[in-house]
Design a protein around this ligand. Structure first.
Ligand SMILES: [Zn+2]
Length: 415
């Protein structure tokens, strides 16, 4: 069995070992070693990467028998690590240290949520960018979140030691574990000195100061889950260490950029945006009213130039500058007059929309016409006898579509 060197020294980044087995896993050459500092994916913490004799270690897994499998980018040299000698393993330290910061931060946060708000951690996830803690209990609000973040960072500044040690089942009773362990026998305890006791096989920093800043990013609430026997379930996104510093820098940059665009101070951004949004709403309303009025005039112009088919005035036109809402307003303006058939289309960024409508006194089924014409141009839609609308037409085909509909209507009315 592989001796897991990180159990006793989480800061061991290079080591020598003997190869005990060469195999293949998922198409990768893989080896087992007599001892290893590489952390295999387990307990929510992702595996380490690094090198073995210079060959990239791409994945590290726990085998079914409990051994550690090192998946490699290429095979190790034939004579490496056998009776002849030892292989040298080097752990990608920035990646591992980041995992140690997130994992230690999670222990601290879970205890903080429990102590301050009585929220119980039911699961955790460590992602490449964000980490999450799932909590059950009372509703978690913004004040609670801020209080926990403040408290957790105070524990960081106290620079309490973090130690790992093994205890027996019997000794377990005297340890105030936050959660009951999932394993029995020898239990590995990770203790944040006098603050938190967790049964955990992961890697952790040596003291809380090394966790660095802890930032709680957002909370997502879900009413109830089958997994949560009682109370509200909340998911909190958090980051620690370099991730928190980087995130803070990026947010300052974004906010600075936003302020520069608005030509104001960072502090003024929310108020300015609120004011601008209100003004924009008012301008939109005004613009819509003006558009309606303008479309009324355009309807009259179109009617004056309309093609006469018997007693019907036929308006068949692509309106290049209108969107579907504008088409609708224009059509309504047209068919408010007696004896009108309106066949309109527009093209917004390559997406063609067609709208067919008729006055109450014209015998023509606009919906049926639309269902006949549009599929020929790759579109679809439907509607009432007096008003129908459809889309999905290639924007370049709208002229052709309107001409086709015009011919159809002329045939219909004169046939
Ligand atoms: Zn842990």
């Amino acid at each position: 069995m592989t001796s897991r060197l990180y159990y006793t020294d989480a800061y061991l980044a290079s080591f020598t070992a003997r190869v005990t087995e060469r195999t293949a896993v998922d198409g990768h050459p893989a080896v087992r070693l007599d001892r290893s500092a590489f952390y295999p994916t387990s307990g929510g913490q992702a595996h380490d990467t690094g090198t073995l004799n210079g060959v990239a270690v791409v994945d590290v897994r726990v085998a079914d028998d409990g051994g550690v499998l090192h998946l490699l980018a290429a095979p190790l040299a034939e004579d490496a690590g056998g009776e002849a000698g030892e292989v040298t393993g080097v752990v990608d330290w920035p990646r591992r240290f980041d995992h140690m910061q997130q994992h230690s931060g999670q222990h601290l946060l879970s205890q903080a949520f429990d102590r301050l708000l009585g929220l119980e951690t039911v699961s955790v996830h460590f992602g490449d960018e964000l980490c999450t803690i799932d909590l059950v209990g009372e509703t978690l609000d913004a004040d609670g979140l801020a209080a926990v973040e403040r408290h957790a960072n105070e524990i960081v500044w106290e620079n309490r030691s973090i130690r790992a040690y093994e205890v027996t089942d019997a000794q377990l009773a005297s340890i105030p574990l936050r959660r009951a362990p999932k394993v029995t026998g020898q239990i590995r305890i990770v203790e944040i000195d006098g603050y938190d006791w967790s049964a955990c096989g992961g890697t952790h920093v040596a003291s809380t100061g090394s966790i660095g800043p802890i930032a709680l990013l957002r909370v997502e609430r879900s009413k109830s889950s089958p997994l949560a026997s009682s109370g509200q379930r909340s998911r909190v996104d958090f980051i620690c260490g370099a991730r928190a510093v980087e995130d803070s820098r990026r947010r300052r940059q974004l906010l600075g950029d936003a302020a520069a665009v608005l030509d104001t101070a960072v502090e003024e951004v929310p108020a300015l945006l609120t004011a601008r949004q209100a003004r924009m709403k008012e301008q939109d309303r005004l613009l819509r009213a003006l558009q309606e009025e303008l479309l009324g005039y355009r309807a009259q112009t179109l009617l004056a130039e309309a093609e006469a088919v018997g007693r019907v005035r036929l308006v068949a036109q692509v309106m290049a500058d209108l969107d579907p809402a504008g088409l609708k307003s224009l059509a309504a303006g047209l068919v408010a007059n007696p004896g009108v058939v309106a066949l309109l289309a527009c093209d917004v960024e390559g997406k063609g929309t067609a709208l067919f409508a008729r006055s109450a006194d014209v015998e023509l089924h606009a919906g049926q016409l639309l269902r006949t014409i549009l599929p020929r141009f790759g579109g679809g839609g439907g509607g009432r006898p007096d008003f129908a609308q459809g889309g999905g037409v290639d924007g370049e085909k709208v002229e052709e579509l309107i001409e086709s509909a015009r011919q159809e209507v002329i045939d219909w009315l004169t046939g």
